[in-house]
Design a protein around this ligand. Structure first.
Ligand code: SIN
Length: 537
């Protein structure tokens, strides 16, 4: 089956929804999402969205904090653009009905939170359910818009490229190819062809490459893997951010304890009650995430303990229950009253700072293919994302991309859809033994956790590369031999991401931001103040 649409948006988090709402002013939008539409990383975001929203703050301070956190790799022009456009995008969210928490004394003002690496209070939040509130408001507007169709349980498998259609090559100077849409696996197990004038990748990150992650199950790096296979440039995938404080409890799968808890005075302690962050960083508990995660890792390795603790028992119980209702209730459900006892926490994979390389308008090196949100590497985050800058990046780049699409629309709206052959099943058979998938999935996640985690070494990276090679070959064979299922598509993407992360980590022979290699413990500004870029040969 062959379908057509003006805009094919892949992913239903803040980035995809924000763009869809704007693109609908130009044409028909089809937004596909591989599970339920609220099953996104946005929906789990607790902290909020950073922007300069008070007279005690300034663009210069937010820019400086972002650059410091990014450890020399942020693109300063991008940082400036995102920071300066932030307040306008927050106003749009407010107009859409996002209920950010208000200052108790002056309800005309937002209650601004603080997180690690920020020198001022600048996080607009909705208590500790910020992402859920933003997702709710955006989804309502999307659902009300007759020009947007949302298709759940539709998983993009691969991008459609002009160079693969058999039509005569096009004459192009600024791009390497042109994207025509994507092959999409539907809930009936059939792969259909979706042609689009513009295709947008907003599939989120790839936390599921690691055994322990704060991410939802959908975070399998689909957009990055598809883009790489299509010849898009990907960058900085060695910079995997580990959130310092994920709840440590055998029944809690991936529950985050927001950095906002430390922003309000929470302190990290060991099981003896000893506060340790001051001996690692002068910023103490509010140091940037790379520092805090590494400090916890060092403490756990030295003590042999399974976790450290986050203590907020010194704060008023009323305040804690009111400011962090979600964290309070969830922990209570696991038998932990956070107003009376410290919370057991461990670091877990949280955010990909790298991704599909884009320019300031969200464009990739493939014409009519955009990427933004966690899928992209825009130059904002550098070697370590500043907390709560990600939702900001998503809304700013969704707007940038819309501006570009609007400018290009006179040309793109006239593009003819092509006769493209259907997806070929060939001799593929139904997979009989799902263990073929689950076993490989488990092996990759363990390998990545044990060898490519917070602290790396040349030996561990070489080892994991050699162990990944046969797995990659086996998964590629499965992909050819069996009819596609969502699990198989995700396994292929996970394995591809693991390989890309390892390759980037092996290229960078220094330690910077989130990439720490014991064999190259210092930053090497002379040779490595640059992005690690990979492109399929
Ligand atoms: C948090 O609430 O700690 C997460 C916020 C973020 O990742 O930016």
């Amino acid at each position: 089956m062959n379908y057509t649409t003006d805009f094919l948006v892949i992913g239903s988090g803040i980035a995809g929804l924000s763009f869809a709402l704007k693109a609908a002013r130009l044409g028909q939008v089809t937004l596909i999402t591989k599970k339920d539409k609220v099953n996104t990383a946005t929906n789990l975001a607790q902290g909020g969205i950073a922007a300069v929203l008070s007279s005690e703050d300034s663009f210069e301070l937010h820019i400086r904090d972002t650059l410091i956190s990014g450890a020399g790799l942020c693109h300063e022009d991008v940082v400036r653009m995102v920071v300066e456009k932030g307040p306008e995008r927050i106003r749009e969210l407010l107009e859409l009905g996002v209920a950010f928490s208000r200052d108790e004394k002056d309800p005309d003002r937002l209650d601004l939170g603080r997180e690690g690496g920020h020198s001022a209070r600048r996080i607009a939040h909705s208590y500790d359910r910020s992402g859920q509130e933003i997702e709710r408001a955006l989804l309502r507007a999307v659902t009300d818009n007759p020009r947007i169709t949302v298709l759940e349980d539709h998983l993009a498998v691969d991008l459609l490229l002009h160079s693969k259609t058999g039509f005569p090559p096009e004459n192009r100077q600024s791009y390497d190819d042109r994207c025509l849409g994507a092959y999409v696996l539907g809930p009936d197990g059939v792969v259909t062809t979706w042609q689009a004038r513009v295709t947008v990748l907003c599939t989120g990150g790839a936390g599921k490459v690691y055994l322990y992650t704060t991410n939802p199950d959908i975070a399998t790096g689909d957009g990055i893997a598809m883009a790489y296979r299509a010849g898009a440039r990907v960058a900085n995938l060695e910079f995997v951010q580990f959130h310092p404080t994920c709840l440590f409890h055998p029944l809690a799968k991936n529950f985050l304890i927001s950095e906002a808890v430390r922003g309000e005075g929470g302190r990290l302690i060991d099981k003896e009650g000893r506060h340790f962050m001051d001996s690692y960083d002068p910023r103490g508990d509010l140091a940037t995430r790379d520092m805090v995660a590494r400090a916890i890792d060092a403490e756990m390795k030295a003590s042999g303990d399974d976790c450290v603790f986050l203590d907020i028992t010194h704060l008023s119980a009323d305040f804690v229950r009111k400011r962090f209702p979600n964290i309070y209730q969830t922990c209570l459900g696991f038998g932990i009253d956070i107003t009376k006892e410290p919370i057991p926490v461990v670091p877990a994979a949280h955010y990909m700072c790298g991704g599909v390389l884009t320019d300031k308008m969200g464009r990739t090196n493939i014409e009519n293919l955009y990427a933004f949100g966690e899928t992209a590497c825009t130059g904002l985050h550098g070697g370590n994302r500043l907390a709560s800058n990600s939702l900001l990046e998503a809304v700013v780049f969704a707007h940038q991309a819309f501006v570009q699409c609007e400018a290009d629309w006179p040309k793109n709206s006239g593009l003819q859809f092509l006769e493209i052959r259907d997806w070929r099943v060939g001799r593929a058979e139904r997979i009989e033994e799902c263990v073929l998938i689950t076993h490989n999935w488990d092996q990759i996640r363990r390998l990545m956790w044990n060898y490519v985690g917070i602290v790396r070494s040349d030996k561990r990276l070489a080892l994991v590369k050699s162990r990944l090679a046969p797995l990659l070959a086996e998964i590629d064979q499965h992909y050819r031999d069996y009819l596609l299922t969502p699990d198989l598509v995700e396994l292929r993407n996970i394995s591809q991401l693991a390989d890309l992360i390892v390759r980037c980590a092996m290229i960078r022979k220094e330690s910077r931001g989130l990439h720490y290699n014991v064999d190259h413990p210092a930053a090497d500004d002379l040779n490595w103040l640059k992005d690690t870029v990979l492109v399929k040969s």
